[in-house]
Design a protein around this ligand. Structure first.
Ligand code: SF4
Ligand code: SF4
Length: 280
């Protein structure tokens, strides 16, 4: 089973939910898909390293000796990464998705591919928890290939919990698509509600079952609860506003270890997710 944990915006407690659920889940894989700012390792602190896998894109390389400057490659490029200017073919590397369409259409066979490393995936273990972490190199604009690689390393025989990047943009879609269930984390405030509605729209479009965890549930208003009732989206759990939780998180601690009376709460989220994703 693949469970994605997402939120419409940052700072709602998404990583709190993902890391603590993983810590009570037994044998499980936790995948940090926030490749631009991975932080799950700060909480999980893996003690065994399984490996580091580079992530590369195949960028086109033009053989000027063969190129006739016909412009077919630039026409074929959906991402506007190529431009033919007179006797020159210009590549805008930061726009290139490495899709290979340009080399496919080149009638002269003038385009070969060269790998460019854009990030890496680190795999480690802590007890029965396997951590897979995508890391995008600084300055690289495209986290999605790193996320795809991290997800490709999931062992399908074990449960996987994906910690998505914040927001609802392409890297979040890349993370959530293909999941069996999406757990959305939000807060009971007008901002939380607004961002939740965007996230719900995204998950609906992907056709994935979902539920919501309300963090800092005893502050704010009733707007999120009323919205969930209206949309018939299950409320999986309410995490109270407890300064001890913030204190543990700020030190990179796990709430289920340092405040063990919360173990039941995170276990109950997992149980509900399993029931709902199997149609119960
Ligand atoms: S399609 Fe091939 S020959 Fe035509 S401009 Fe591009 S690289 Fe040159
Ligand atoms: S590999 Fe794809 S994205 Fe990159 S330049 Fe070629 S067609 Fe464009």
């Amino acid at each position: 089973m693949i469970l994605a944990v997402a939120s419409g915006k940052g700072g709602t407690g998404k990583t709190l939910v993902a890391t603590n659920m993983a810590s009570v889940a037994g044998e499980v894989q936790l995948v940090d898909c926030d490749a631009e700012e991975p932080n799950v390792h700060l909480f999980i602190k893996p003690i065994e390293t399984e490996g580091v896998i580079p992530v590369t894109l195949s960028l086109p390389q033009i053989d000027e000796g063969k190129c006739t400057h016909c412009g077919r490659c630039a026409e074929a490029c959906e991402y506007h990464a190529l431009m033919v200017l007179g006797q020159q073919v210009l590549l805008f590397e930061e726009l290139c998705h490495g899709c290979g369409a340009c080399s496919f259409v080149c009638p002269e066979g003038a385009i070969s591919e060269r790998p460019k490393e854009i990030g890496r995936v680190e795999v480690g273990k802590r007890g029965s928890l396997r951590l897979i972490q995508g890391v995008l190199h600084v300055g690289e604009p495209m986290p999605s290939p790193v996320i795809r690689k991290a997800k490709a390393l999931i062992d399908p025989s074990l449960m996987a919990i994906l910690d998505a990047p914040p927001g609802t943009s392409c890297p979040v879609v890349e993370t959530v698509k293909g999941a069996d269930f999406c757990c959305l984390v939000t807060e009971p405030t007008p901002f939380g509600l607004y961002d939740l509605t965007l996230a719900v729209g995204m998950v609906k479009k992907l056709g994935i079952k979902m539920g919501v965890v309300l963090n800092r549930a005893d502050v704010g208003d009733q707007g999120v609860r009323e919205y969930l009732q209206g949309e018939e989206i299950p409320l999986l759990a309410e995490i109270p506003f407890d300064p001890r939780i913030s204190e543990v998180c700020s030190r990179g601690g796990l709430v289920v270890e340092e405040l063990p009376h919360y173990r039941g709460l995170f276990s109950s989220i997992l149980l509900k997710v399993k029931e709902l994703s199997s149609g119960g």
